[in-house]
Design a protein. Structure first.
Length: 222
């Protein structure tokens, strides 16, 4: 729109001296405010003692970001939406994406996930509440593993592909990492090396068409 149209002056302000709500400056300010809010949420998430994000509230994030609670609500209508945005930021910080996951990149992505865990106060294996953002993130990871196996082994039966995806999930799972560290006394890097080594063996089995064993009947008693 040309300067002067509909009462907008050469400097972009209206007749009342205010800039239109959708002006470039307003959009930039809105983006910066949203960034402050999500960054504050990320900082709080890193410091929480568990994966229960009930303490990651509008008030906590507003205080950390230096804005009002209404401002946080304006950008994120519910705490679940806020939590999902924070989770997306954490994945971005770790360089993790499940959208284009393949069996060949599972080890790399798993490495990034566990490497990022070292920056959190919460233990990797601390359970998260059912239905939480962490629970939803875990579900996205499982579905991504299923898609990756389906793409790599299209000729396998659904049961075989599901078994392979489940094997990936068990190796990748946080309790597996914790057991290597706490029970076997491996350091952080050694534990990640073992996990990625096991994942690579599973990838090799898929690539060489070594299907999961068929379901066997329990032996008869007596």
């Amino acid at each position: 729109m040309a300067p002067g149209a509909r009462g907008i002056g050469p400097d972009g302000t209206g007749a009342d001296g205010r800039r239109p709500y959708n002006s470039p400056i307003r959009r930039q300010q809105a983006a910066e405010t949203r960034e402050r809010i999500v960054t504050a949420g990320s900082a709080i998430a890193h410091a929480l003692p568990s994966w229960d994000w009930s303490e990651l509230t509008f008030k906590a994030v507003a205080d950390k970001a230096g804005v009002g609670q209404r401002t946080v609500y304006r950008y994120f209508p519910t705490e679940r939406i806020l939590h999902d945005a924070v989770m997306a930021r954490l994945e971005e910080e770790a360089g993790v994406s499940y959208e284009d996951l393949t069996v060949d990149t599972v080890g790399q992505v798993a490495w990034r996930v566990f490497d990022s865990m070292a920056s959190f106060t919460a233990s990797a294996s601390t359970p998260s509440p059912v239905g939480s953002t962490m629970d939803a993130e875990d579900d996205r990871r499982r579905r991504a593993l299923q898609r990756a196996v389906e793409q790599a082994a299209p000729a396998w039966t659904p049961a075989q592909r599901r078994a392979a995806a489940a094997a990936f999930d068990v190796i990748w799972a946080a309790p597996s990492y914790e057991r290597l560290v706490l029970i076997w006394q491996l350091d952080h890097r050694q534990a990640m090396d073992v996990i990625t080594w096991m994942l690579s063996m599973l990838v090799g089995a898929i690539r060489s068409d070594q299907k999961p064993p068929p379901r066997r009947r329990a032996p008869k008693r007596g």
